[in-house]
Design a protein around this ligand. Structure first.
Ligand code: FAD
Ligand code: FES
Length: 283
């Protein structure tokens, strides 16, 4: 039994190995957990989250942007917004960190086998969906058509653009990139459309009856996209939503992350739309 199974509040040690800037306020952090933690991470599902602690600052929930690598390292795509994330952004390789998890529900990748998958990401919502996308391309033969629609506010804020274009070309993905706003000609340079993600979805033809859809983005996006997806005929139990709430314990004990009768940390963060019926505050 791991130390965390015995004491779930006890983080295991980890070290910041590398960081890569993705936009003015967002970076990709590669974090190496202590070797003893690797077995706990081996069953990690895309969409689950870790509680990342920065000594002296506190702890924050982060959904890794990829499954743990063969060397056990995790990629965390983190936006600088407040106390903990600012200190993380100031950290250098070698900085000691702490990790608890993995926690919560992930995307039902086994159940999705054989089906088309449509991923809809807005802004930083690409972080957890990137781990799902990478799972789908690494197991490409097990899934139907894979589509990613990704919207950012403006071209400079579009994360992983070159990587996504490369993955689409190499694995036959349907990729649609869009920005809300672009300086003149910039959208053309970046090869993306100008417009809102729900509008992009309106004209999109896909096998709605068979498809699983995975949505992650800023709160206002969910209602618009859900309206389009249900109108297209996607079953509510195939509309998968990754939700965010402020968290403390991460393990269902403090009720800090309550969404009506559900807890985001244990019932989610990945919910089916059908599970959220009758909980208007969820979306
Ligand atoms: C399951 C889950 C997965 C997440 N994955 C990622 C990820 O991959 N990358 C990433 O950058 N962030 C992610 N987040 C959000 C991240 O946890 C918060 O940005 C972080 O906790 C902010 O901590 P801070 O100390 O830097 O900011 P604080 O000083 O605590 O807060 C700064 C501002 O951010 C707001 N805020 C903080 N947390 C949240 C939240 N959960 N929801 C809405 N507003 C919030 C505060 O109200 C405040 O206005 C995730 C959150 C959850 C619940
Ligand atoms: S964060 Fe404590 S119950 Fe969810």
């Amino acid at each position: 039994m791991t130390a965390q199974a015995l004491e779930p509040y006890l983080p295991f040690a980890a070290t910041l190995v590398e960081r890569r800037e993705l936009s003015p306020d967002t970076a990709l952090f590669r974090v190496a957990p202590e070797p003893a933690a690797r077995s706990a991470l081996s069953g990690f599902l895309p969409g689950q989250f870790m509680q990342l602690s920065v000594p002296g600052a506190g702890e924050v929930p982060i959904s890794p942007a990829d499954l743990p690598g063969a060397d056990g390292t995790l990629e965390l795509c983190v936006r600088r917004v407040g106390q903990v994330t600012t200190l993380l952004h100031q950290a250098r390789p070698g900085q000691p960190l702490g990790l608890r998890g993995p926690f919560g529900t992930g995307f039902p990748v086994e159940e999705m086998t054989g089906c088309p998958v449509v991923l809809l990401a807005g802004g930083l919502g690409i972080a957890p969906l990137r781990s799902l996308l990478l799972h789908l391309v690494r197991n490409r033969e097990r899934y139907g058509e894979v589509t990613l629609m990704y919207g950012a506010r403006e071209p400079a804020l579009m994360l992983f653009r070159e990587e996504l274009v490369g993955l689409a070309a190499a694995h036959g993905l349907r990729l649609y990139l869009t920005v809300d706003f672009a300086p003149e000609q910039a959208a053309g340079e970046y090869a993306c459309a100008v417009g809102l993600l729900p509008d992009l979805l309106k004209g999109f033809r896909f096998d709605a009856g068979q498809s699983y859809t995975a949505v992650c983005g800023p709160p206002p996006l969910y209602r618009c996209l859900i309206g389009e997806l249900t109108a297209a005929g996607v079953a509510p139990d195939r509309v998968l939503l990754s939700l965010e709430r402020r968290m403390r314990c991460g393990i269902g004990r403090c009720c800090h992350c309550a969404i009506g009768t559900k807890l985001c940390c244990t019932d989610g963060p990945v919910f089916r739309l059908s599970e959220l019926a009758g909980i208007p505050e969820a979306l």
